[in-house]
Design a protein around this ligand. Structure first.
Ligand SMILES: Cc1ncc(COP(=O)(O)O)c(C=O)c1O
Length: 462
C-alpha cells in the first residue's frame, strides 16, 4: 500500500465508521451468529494474493459486523460499558500511525512524559490525593492493575523475609474475579483468599475483616492484601474504604481500591465521595475505558509507594539501561508486567482536549438520572424485586423465582433490542441493567423497560 492508497482507504474507513454510528440505533445489539457461522463464510487458506481495500471493507460490513455484539449500541446495558468517543478513536488512530513502543523514556520521551502528565491531570480531575502525582501509570486493564498491586504487596512481604505460603488476602464475595485470578497468577493461590462477609447492601463488614486478620495473625499467617470494591461488578456496592483503612493503616496489609467502573464518576465534583478514603490506600485503579469514552484499553492505576511497585517489576538487563533512567527519568516498563507498551496516553489526551471533561461529566449525570428513574419504575412494579440498592447506574432486578429471571434475561438478549447480563446475588439469579452507554437516552431506557415488562408477563406463571 502506498501512502496515497493509504490516504484514500483511510478516508473510506473513517466514512464507514461514521456511517456505522449513524445506523447503530437500528442494528441488533446481539449478534445472531451460531457457532461456526463466520468460519463457514471465510476461506480456510490464507490468501495467495492481495485483495483490494474495497473487498476487505465490503467483507467487514457483510461478514464481520453481523457477527459482532454491539458494545456501543444505545441499548447496551450488559456487563459494564466500554464507551468510545470520536476523539478517542482519532487518538487510537494517531497512536497506531505513529507505531512507537514507549517502554522506557529513551524509546519515546514524549510517550512517557505525556502519560505522566495525563495521570497527573486525572489526579486533579478526580480529586485524588496529591501524593498520587507522578505515581500513576496506564495499564491495559483493571485486572492487570490489581495483579500488579498483588505483586507489589507480595514483594514487600517476601523481601521482609515472610514466606509467600504464609500470605493471606481479603475481599468480599462481591469483589471482581480479577482478585482471585491475580492471586493465582502471583503464585499465592485462591486458597489464600479469605471471603469477608458483607452487609445487606453488599458492603464489606470492617469488624469481620478485623476479626479475620486477628485470627490469621494468631495462627501465624501473614495478612498482606485487602481489595476494597468501589462499585462492585454484580451490584455496584461500595466497600467502606475509610473504615477498612482504619484497620490497614500502619499495618503490613496493602490496601488496594478497585474502582474500575465507578471511580471515574468523580469527574463530577458532586460525586467525589466515590473516592472517600483513597488517600489512605496503597493503590487505586479506575478505568477510563469504561465510563469516560476512552477506547479500551486505558486503565488508570496509582500507587502510594512507587518503589514498592518497581521493586516487584523492574529487571535491568544491559540492553534496557539508559543514562536518562539512571538520572531519574521514568521507565514505565518497570511499572507493568510486559516490556512493550502502547502509547495509550494519546487517546486520553485527545478525549480531554477534543471531547472535554464537562461532556463526560454530563453523560455520567445523565446515566445516573436514567438509572434512578428505572429504579423507581422497578419499585412501582410488583412483579419485580430490586435485589440490591441502586447506588449509581446499575439496577439489579429479579422476578419471583430464578427460572423466570433466567428466562427473562434470555428473552431480552435474544430479542436483539437490548443486552443485559445475568448475575447471582447471595444465591439469587438476577438481571443487571447498567445504564452506561454514551449513546443511551431516556427513550431507550423507557422502551427497554416496557419490553422487559411485556416479556416478563409472558414468562410469569398465571
Ligand atoms: C469492579 C471491577 N474490577 C475489575 C474489572 C476488570 O476490568 P478489566 O476488564 O479492565 O480488567 C471489572 C470489569 O468489569 C470490574 O467491574
Amino acid at each position: 500500500m502506498t501512502p496515497e492508497e493509504f490516504r484514500s482507504a483511510g478516508h473510506q474507513l473513517i466514512d464507514w465508521i461514521a456511517d456505522y454510528y449513524d445506523r447503530i440505533d437500528d442494528l441488533p445489539v446481539r449478534s445472531r451468529f451460531e457457532p461456526g457461522d463466520l468460519t463457514a463464510q471465510l476461506p480456510s487458506e490464507p490468501p495467495a494474493s492481495t485483495d483490494s481495500f474495497d473487498a476487505v471493507l465490503g467483507d467487514l460490513d457483510r461478514l464481520i459486523l453481523p457477527g459482532l455484539t454491539l458494545w456501543q449500541s444505545p441499548n447496551w446495558y450488559a456487563y459494564f460499558p466500554a464507551n468510545v468517543t470520536f476523539a478517542s478513536i482519532l487518538g487510537e488512530l494517531a497512536e497506531s500511525g505513529l507505531g512507537v513502543n514507549g517502554f522506557s523514556w529513551v524509546t519515546s520521551p514524549a510517550a512517557t512524559e505525556l502519560e505522566t502528565l495525563m495521570m497527573n491531570w486525572m489526579v486533579q480531575l478526580l480529586g485524588l490525593p496529591p501524593h498520587f502525582v507522578d505515581h500513576g501509570v496506564i495499564q491495559d486493564s483493571a485486572s492487570t492493575a490489581t495483579l500488579c498491586a498483588i505483586l507489589a504487596a507480595r514483594e514487600r512481604a517476601t523481601a521482609a523475609g515472610i514466606p509467600a505460603t504464609d500470605l493471606v488476602a481479603y475481599a468480599t464475595a462481591q469483589a471482581h474475579s480479577s482478585v482471585q485470578k491475580g492471586l493465582r497468577v502471583a503464585g499465592i493461590g485462591e486458597t489464600q483468599l479469605r471471603v469477608v462477609p458483607h452487609d445487606e447492601a453488599f458492603r464489606l463488614r470492617p469488624t469481620e475483616l478485623a476479626a479475620m486478620i486477628d485470627d490469621d495473625l494468631a495462627a501465624g499467617r501473614h495478612p498482606f492484601f485487602v481489595c476494597a470494591a468501589v462499585g462492585s461488578t454484580s451490584t455496584e456496592s461500595f466497600d467502606p474504604v475509610p473504615a477498612i483503612a482504619e484497620i490497614t493503616d500502619g499495618s503490613d496489609v496493602w490496601l488496594h481500591v478497585d474502582a474500575a467502573m465507578c471511580g471515574i464518576a468523580a469527574l463530577c465534583p458532586e460525586l467525589r465521595w466515590v473516592n472517600d478514603g483513597v488517600e489512605r490506600a496503597d493503590s487505586y485503579v479506575t478505568n477510563a475505558h469504561k465510563w469516560m469514552g476512552v477506547n479500551f484499553d486505558c486503565s488508570l492505576f496509582w500507587v502510594r509507594d512507587r518503589a514498592a511497585l518497581t521493586d516487584a517489576l523492574s529487571i535491568q538487563p544491559a540492553y534496557l539501561r539508559s543514562a536518562a533512567a539512571a538520572s531519574g527519568a521514568i521507565d514505565y516498563r518497570d511499572w507493568q508486567i510486559p516490556l512493550g507498551r502502547r502509547f495509550r496516553a494519546l487517546k486520553l489526551w485527545f478525549v480531554l482536549r477534543l471531547h472535554g471533561v464537562d461532556a463526560i461529566a454530563d453523560m455520567i449525570r445523565g446515566h445516573l438520572s436514567m438509572a434512578a428513574e428505572l429504579d423507581s419504575w422497578v419499585r412501582a412494579d410488583d412483579r419485580f424485586d430490586l435485589v440490591a440498592p441502586t447506588t449509581m447506574n446499575l439496577v439489579t432486578i429479579a422476578l419471583v423465582d430464578d427460572a423466570s429471571t433466567r428466562a427473562l434475561i434470555d428473552a431480552v438478549n435474544q430479542s436483539g433490542l437490548a443486552e443485559v447480563t445475568p448475575t447471582i446475588v447471595d444465591g439469587r439469579t438476577a438481571m443487571r441493567i447498567c445504564v452506561g452507554s454514551r449513546l443511551t437516552q431516556r427513550h431507550h431506557v423507557e422502551s427497554t423497560w416496557h419490553m422487559i415488562g411485556r416479556l416478563a408477563q409472558a414468562i410469569l406463571p398465571g
